[in-house]
Design a protein around this ligand. Structure first.
Ligand SMILES: Cc1cc2nc3c(=O)[nH]c(=O)nc-3n(C[C@H](O)[C@H](O)[C@H](O)COP(=O)(O)OP(=O)(O)OC[C@H]3O[C@@H](n4cnc5c(N)ncnc54)[C@H](O)[C@@H]3O)c2cc1C
Ligand code: SF4
Ligand code: SF4
Ligand code: SF4
Length: 388
């Protein structure tokens, strides 16, 4: 039976809940806003199935990619509407064309939560496109995917490495008709921090759209953009901030709002057993300037022959590179983020009601002050280098 000793021991994949024959596991949000399983011990029949599907309890042998590429969708529209190189949408179109089902993360209609869901029509694809930087709920998706696979439907699942690993453990066997895709993962921020930030940002307005990766300011210097409408619905207002100056994104990038399990990720370095891993090809402007595109360049790791087959049939421009080069500017493929010393302090203040914008002010200032000695050391070194 699942027994969590610490908050680091659960990535919130919900596989245990879906596998439990006694239906005695529920999911409950803690004060930080992350969901954890809670077992009703009176109803538990002691079968141990929950332990066998848990991605934290079960290690999968790390698998090195067969090939590593830089990739870019040939459709300008798809590229601009995707976070990175538009690889996901190319894969999804292929699977829909083959009468398959595509599973990915979508906002709820009120933008308060992100949930995984399956779609079967092209017109539903935009809802799954683009990164949503908060933890997505899996719900019953793994059970639904198993039913599709057993019914011989082709399925594409895209999610975090731990979600892919959990799906593989849940299914217990390899399916030729499943394409499992994960992305290089920095970690997932707290849904409660997101809801609080949203409340503070929109007040009584209704949300029209949200983009965490608005490429109007470029792929590298992307912005967070939130469009709202007033009570009459006709006046659209826009908040758009570079990612470095958006409070919510700053706290995510600087690891304060991440889930505890993300500091000891169970799916790094090929540990998810996905067929394909996607990400941003950061640094391409220096390593392969002729392939750089300010609308975005994706990183594509092909991990299995199944992955190899599907990508050979996609509408992508591709350039073969190497793992060493690709992870140079994207080390979260290999390593978990380091927990900030002040993370507990951050969540204490958050739980006590300190607004997200104020928390951003506090921790950004602290970080800037702590970096002053590093800044001066670098300056002194630069001056020393210039001295004869
Ligand atoms: C929380 C998070 C952290 C990330 N960290 C990194 C990183 O450190 N380095 C890096 O190179 N890339 C990272 N990515 C991946 C990156 O943002 C792009 O999603 C990826 O490069 C694919 O881009 P694309 O243009 O091919 O597809 P996109 O159209 O951007 O498709 C993204 C896919 O991710 C799924 N998705 C979106 N949000 C979530 C979510 N919250 N949970 C699960 N699945 C989701 C969508 O359903 C879709 O299938 C992260 C993504 C997320 C959601
Ligand atoms: S041991 Fe079996 S019955 Fe008990 S919680 Fe786990 S899956 Fe459910
Ligand atoms: S990681 Fe997933 S399977 Fe393991 S305890 Fe948490 S929710 Fe359950
Ligand atoms: S960093 Fe690891 S544990 Fe955290 S969401 Fe990503 S894959 Fe899961």
């Amino acid at each position: 039976m699942i027994q969590l000793k610490t908050k680091y021991d659960c990535c919130g994949c919900e596989a245990c809940i879906q596998t439990c024959p006694a239906k005695c596991i529920s999911f409950s949000e803690d004060a930080e806003g992350f969901g954890y399983p809670v077992v009703n011990e009176q109803a538990c029949v002691g079968c141990g199935l929950c332990d066998t599907v848990c991605p934290v309890l079960n290690a999968l042998e790390p698998a090195a990619p067969m090939s590593v590429l830089a990739a870019r969708n040939k459709s300008e529209e798809d590229l601009l509407n995707s976070s990175s190189g538009g690889i996901f949408v190319a894969l999804a179109r292929k699977v829909l064309q083959d009468n398959g089902v595509v599973y990915g993360a979508a906002f709820s209609p009120d933008f308060q939560t992100v949930n995984h869901k399956g779609i079967e029509k092209y017109e539903d694809l935009p809802a799954l496109m683009g990164s949503k930087y908060l933890q997505s709920r899996i719900g019953n998706c793994f059970s639904d995917i198993k039913a599709c696979l057993d019914g011989k439907r082709k399925v594409l699942f895209c999610g975090t490495g731990c979600q892919v690993k959990a799906l593989k453990l849940f299914l217990k066997k390899e399916y030729a008709n499943l394409v499992a895709v994960d992305f290089i993962c920095h970690g997932v921020p707290s849904p409660a921090v997101w809801r609080s930030y949203l409340k503070q940002s929109i007040q009584d307005k209704s949300i029209k759209s949200i983009s965490f990766r608005d490429k109007r300011s470029g792929w590298i210097y992307y912005s967070f953009t939130l469009k709202t409408a007033g009570p009459s619905g006709n006046t659209v207002q826009e908040i758009s901030q570079p990612y470095t100056r958006n409070p919510y994104l700053w706290l995510f990038m600087n690891d304060y709002s991440l889930r505890p399990s993300c500091f000891h990720c169970p799916a790094k370095n090929g540990g998810s057993h996905s067929d394909i891993t996607i990400g941003d090809y950061w640094g391409i402007e220096d390593s392969h300037p002729s392939f750089f595109d300010e609308k975005g360049v994706g990183l594509l790791m092909v991990n299995t022959t199944k992955g190899q087959e599907i990508i050979s049939d996609l509408d992508l421009d591709m350039l073969a590179t190497s793992l060493e080069e690709a992870v140079l500017e994207n080390p979260t493929y290999l390593y978990s983020r380091k927990e900030p010393a002040k993370r507990a302090d951050f969540f204490r203040k958050f739980s006590a009601g300190t607004p997200v914008n104020s928390l951003y002010g506090i921790y950004k200032r602290k970080k800037s002050i702590s970096q002053i000695p590093v800044f001066f050391k670098k300056k002194i070194n630069a001056i020393k280098k210039r001295l004869p």
